[in-house]
Design a protein. Structure first.
Length: 297
């Protein structure tokens, strides 16, 4: 800390403070100005030039010590706040880097499995919309977004001969395919940043009645994120063209989803999802045209 007496011979106090603030190594040095002039303009100028406090003469030592203590405390708090800001900025940069990595993985899946190109991003967008309809907190939506994007990441461990096979899978091939949620767990669990995104990649093939895979859990034992995602995933699979099947009319897609209510899907998830589709068709033309318009019955 530097204590500067304005009246000290040979010192231009304001020039000194200005030089301190412009010198990188000492720019954060706390400065207390001491003056015998009761002039508000002088005090304002002192603060504008970078003084942390101004003490007027005459003063007693206790007053000066208290002022120095307060300036020291405030300087410490300011440094702590700056440190926290830098840490937060670093965390944001790390998060952005992770998200770019996720996008790279998704692109790799799309390049490998052309028939589902664009599927991961569509279902991620739709699942986040559906989660919002359930009033899920924003912080959890980020995990849902990442989980939905990575829902099929486990298929990277499935051989091309199975993944891209045009005809029906054999029993052994189906057994291998149905392991991809467990492969997703093996791939993502060690990554701390993605642990909260695991429910969708691991559980999205479970069914509400317990007949899904790989764990055959049922009802609300299936994580909420996976329950809402499963509806979106089936809707997307039926609504968009595949090499072996044309997209179905939306009336037919809705019928199939309704038939799955209570067995494949949680009934509440189905009803909220269909209400959301109705809302999009009536109120959000951009989404309706992109996802529904060319497929409406």
């Amino acid at each position: 800390m530097l204590i500067v007496d304005v009246a000290y011979a040979g010192i231009d106090a304001w020039a000194l403070i200005d030089k301190i603030r412009r010198t990188q190594d000492i720019a954060e040095l706390p400065v207390v100005m001491v003056t015998g002039v009761a002039d508000i303009e002088m005090r304002i100028r002192s603060f504008e030039m970078g003084a942390d406090a101004v003490v007027q003469k005459p003063y007693n030592k206790a007053e000066l010590r208290a002022m120095v203590k307060n300036v020291t405390r405030l300087n410490r708090f300011r440094k702590l706040a700056e440190h926290r800001f830098e840490v937060q900025r670093s965390l944001v940069a790390i998060q952005q880097a992770y998200d770019k990595t996720i996008q790279g993985w998704v692109k790799a899946l799309d390049l490998r499995d052309h028939e589902t190109e664009g599927h991961s991003v569509r279902v991620a967008q739709m699942t986040v919309h559906l989660a919002r309809a359930f009033e899920i907190p924003q912080a959890q939506l980020s995990h849902i977004w990442r989980g939905a994007l990575l829902h099929d990441i486990g298929k990277l461990a499935v051989p091309d001969s199975i993944l891209r096979k045009q005809g029906p899978l054999t029993e052994e091939e189906r057994r291998i395919m149905e392991k991809h949620p467990m492969h997703a767990h093996e791939m993502l669990y060690p990554i701390e940043y993605l642990k909260d995104a695991l429910p969708i990649p691991v559980y999205h093939h479970e069914r509400f009645d317990g007949t899904g895979y790989p764990f055959k859990i049922k009802g609300e034992n299936i994580p909420f994120e996976a329950r809402i995602f499963s509806v979106v995933d089936v809707w997307d699979a039926l609504s968009f063209n595949r090499p072996y099947r044309k997209a179905l009319p939306q009336s037919e897609v809705r019928r199939i989803i309704l038939e799955g209510s209570g067995n494949h899907f949680q009934p509440e998830c189905v009803s909220v999802f269909l209400e959301m589709l109705d809302y999009f068709e009536e109120n959000v033309p951009s989404i309706s045209e992109q996802w529904l318009g060319r497929k409406s019955a």
